[in-house]
Design a protein around this ligand. Structure first.
Ligand code: DOR
Ligand code: ZN
Length: 332
């Protein structure tokens, strides 16, 4: 048995409308709070949109003690005055390169410290963390590595700005974390478990297809090393990104792995397998509290070694490991 105080998911897609009503309670059952991604259509770019989206999430999760930690979709027009007003409604701002992933058409074309100077210096001054989807538009396996010089430029020129490298997938990203005090990272469950072989090495597995794509064995090793040791630079962010089954099992498969309802159970199994259960609470809660400098709502989640059969679907969404059996269940 293991009890975790206030598990946190520091990168979560909850979508909107019907989908929100299906997936939000599944996260709210397991987690005390989550960083909510702003890539709706249209993206969340105003304070009013943040507040009303937050209310829709709270409505959908009213049975649970769950705090949505809201974000804005980065725009280079955000100035100090706007951000000063926004600050009390958000925990971070998420920057997407234009067109690089789902619903990022309104992202930023050229990302560098000079052209984003106004917004990034205001964020730095106001202590608003910058979350980044760090991929170039190059060859799919090289996209994350090609983006690293941009992280270096931002980290060097805004040394007080907290920069979160979202869902890192490569050993080069892990290495970069050590070079800059202001760089941190989220790591997903699926990137700790799978490589490109699982996605495309045999029969194509659409439910494992996501951005950034899972990489090589040595990359997964590097991610596992920092996650299992609960290195203080990294924290759990599921990047659980649901799409309806017809958008996944289709020619033109949408990117995104839906993992939220099974994430804690699978993490317990993974940490136990590597004899690292004592570090799980740091990875899924304490590290994020330190990095983001906040205290979450109290919520204790107890997991027990009881077999848990992952459902084949939650409504019309297929979770990772559908129909398979995990060795841990949430009991309270
Ligand atoms: O796989 C992904 N799905 N990666 C992203 O960056 C976006 C996400 C989504 O919103 O579906
Ligand atoms: Zn995401």
């Amino acid at each position: 048995m293991i009890t975790i105080d206030s598990p946190l998911d520091m990168h979560l897609h909850l979508r909107d409308a019907n989908m929100l009503k299906i997936v939000a309670p599944l996260s709210a059952k397991s987690f005390s709070a989550a960083i909510i991604m702003p890539n709706l259509v249209p993206p969340i770019t105003t304070i009013e949109a943040v507040i009303s989206y937050k209310n829709r999430i709270l409505d959908a999760t009213s049975k649970y003690n769950f705090e949505p930690l809201m974000t804005l979709f980065f725009q280079d027009s955000y100035d100090f005055e706007f951000l000063q007003k926004a600050k009390k409604h958000i925990k971070a701002i998420k920057l997407y390169p234009q067109g690089i992933t789902t619903n990022s058409a309104n992202g930023i074309k050229s990302i560098d410290s000079k052209s984003l100077q106004m917004t990034l210096s205001a964020m730095s001054e106001l202590d608003i963390p910058l979350c980044v989807h760090g991929e170039s538009d190059g060859f799919v396996m090289d996209r994350e590595a090609e983006f690293l010089p941009i992280y270096e430029d931002l980290a060097t020129n805004f040394p007080k700005l907290k920069i979160i490298m979202e869902h890192i997938t490569t050993k080069q990203s892990v290495e970069l974390l050590n070079k800059y005090d202001n760089l941190f990272a989220t790591i997903t469950l699926h990137h700790l478990l799978i490589t490109l072989d699982d996605v495309a090495g045999g029969m194509l597995k659409p439910h494992l297809f996501c951005k950034p794509i899972a990489k090589r064995y040595e990359d997964r090793e590097a991610l596992l090393k920092v996650a299992l040791s609960a290195n203080e630079k990294v924290m759990f962010g599921s990047d659980s990104a649901p799409h309806p089954i017809d958008k996944k099992e289709s020619c033109g498969c949408a990117a995104g792995v839906f993992s939220a309802p099974i994430a804690l159970q699978a993490l317990a199994e993974l940490f136990e397998k590597h004899d690292a259960l004592e570090n799980l609470e740091k990875f899924v809660s304490l590290n994020a509290q330190k990095i983001y400098n906040f205290i979450p709502n109290k919520k204790r989640i107890t997991l027990k070694k009881i077999k848990f059969k992952v459902p084949s679907q939650y409504a019309d969404i297929v979770p990772i490991f559908a129909n398979s059996e995990l060795s841990w269940s949430i009991v309270a």
